[in-house]
Design a protein around this ligand. Sequence first.
Ligand code: HEM
Length: 196
Amino acid sequence: MPKYAGLRASAWLLGLAPLAWTGFRFSTDALGANPIEAVLLWSGRSALILLLAGLAITPIRRFTGWNQIIKVRRTVGLFAFFYVTLHFLIYLGLDQGFAWSFIVEDVVARPFITSGFLGFLLLIPLAVTSTKGWIRRLGRRWQKLHRIVYPAAGLGVLHFYWKVKADTFWPLVALTILLVLLLARSPWRILKRASG
Ligand code: HEM
């Protein structure tokens, strides 16, 4: 049995669950009157949940001492990127029908779309440099680069907040989780500095 097989299988299950659930709802005609909107919303939510889940892994490891959990951080992060990309492609193709001039105008003129687009752009270098080769090549710079995931997730939360307009409950829940995860980083950094 490969090392950490159960943990790795759980990460894959977590990552594939939204896709399987939507596939099931699609095949049973349960996506509602506007299936394009349904898959757009579903992929956006899945992306944000997995982004936050990926960010939670290091604090969970530090607070619980469960070191093996770090083995699935890359898988969870790449699944988050997979859903953001799918979300973007659904927007480009199914929602906008690849009407490029309209899409450019939408990205430039609507802050809600601009923030999502910027979040997506920030995630691209992180996905590209997630391989072992890039981790080795970048050395300590890799960790610095990958801190970009916090502003990327922040832009995702802002995008969600601007999208919902009145009912801000879930965007504020996402924002609270993101802030708690950011704060969870700080005590460790202060302790690390103090110990030399
Ligand atoms: C970090 C990147 C992104 C994240 C985390 C994200 C997340 C989300 C979330 C959570 C929603 C709302 C779901 C709901 O209301 O329940 C949403 C909606 C939406 N997103 Fe994104 N998104 C991202 C990037 C993008 C990009 C790049 C585009 C297109 C350029 C985009 C276009 C949309 C659209 C059009 C909707 C609204 C769908 C509707 O109301 O019918 N998103 N997104």
